[in-house]
Design a protein around this ligand. Structure first.
Ligand SMILES: [Zn+2]
Length: 220
């Protein structure tokens, strides 16, 4: 199984990536992890990326691409992989496609987790995080038994700056602007499938598995 996952903040993509990796016995490759591994391992690419980050600059496309492609070449990725957070731009998608085609192991599907903006805002802006143990709650969906107090450790619950409503709305705007070309790229290749991401984690996973099976059948 070789998957690319797309979806806005609040769609639960990270959770689904983890669940799908388990289901298909594929490795999960998240861009954040690749960055951390390279920086921590002090690799040439890690040093390059770090220099940009320390200057407050975005790590350029080609550094991101080289990191991701290097990760895909490692033996544990041979059986299958799930990409979460990569590709993020058209150039990255093109580089990925080229590399996978050279290796004769094309993508199985690109899944787009779909959620209404208003639902995403409720999920994210409603989130409260324990200042002591980092457990998360939601003022609407997962309340603590005592307001603003963590059930587990008694710590104080706060809203992280990233979860403030205006920040969430901005992140959603950026997502829509930047990933639409990417969706089109995968759609043109017949790889894009939409998955309704509103519902329980189990429901969403089932829908994703079904979408992958449908696509495989169609392409067989
Ligand atoms: Zn706590």
């Amino acid at each position: 199984m070789r998957l690319v996952l797309l979806g806005p903040p609040g769609a639960g993509k990270g959770t689904q990536a983890y669940r799908l990796a388990e289901r298909f016995e594929a490795i999960l490759i998240g861009t954040g992890d690749i960055f951390r591994e390279n920086v921590k391992g002090d690799t040439p690419l890690g040093r390059e990326a770090k220099a940009y980050m320390e200057n407050g600059e975005l790590v350029p496309d080609d550094v991101v691409v080289r990191m991701a492609l290097e990760r895909l070449e490692q033996p544990d990725a041979a059986a299958g992989f799930i990409l979460d957070g990569f590709p993020r731009t058209l150039r990255q998608a093109q580089a990925l496609e080229q590399e996978l085609s050279d290796q004769d192991r094309p993508l199985s599907a690109a899944l787009k987790f779909v959620i209404h903006d208003e639902v995403a805002v409720k999920r994210l802006a409603g989130r409260r995080t324990c200042t002591r143990c980092t457990r998360t709650y939601n003022v609407e969906f997962k309340r603590p038994s005592k307001e603003n107090v963590c059930d587990r450790c008694g710590g104080e619950l706060v809203q992280r700056p990233d979860d403030r409503e205006e920040t969430v709305r901005h992140r959603l705007e950026v997502y829509h602007r930047d990933t639409e070309p990417l969706e089109f790229f995968f759609w043109e290749r017949g790889l894009l499938r939409e998955v309704d991401a509103e519902g329980t984690e189990d429901e969403v996973t089932d829908r994703a598995v079904e979408a992958i099976a449908d696509l495989a059948e169609e392409r067989a």
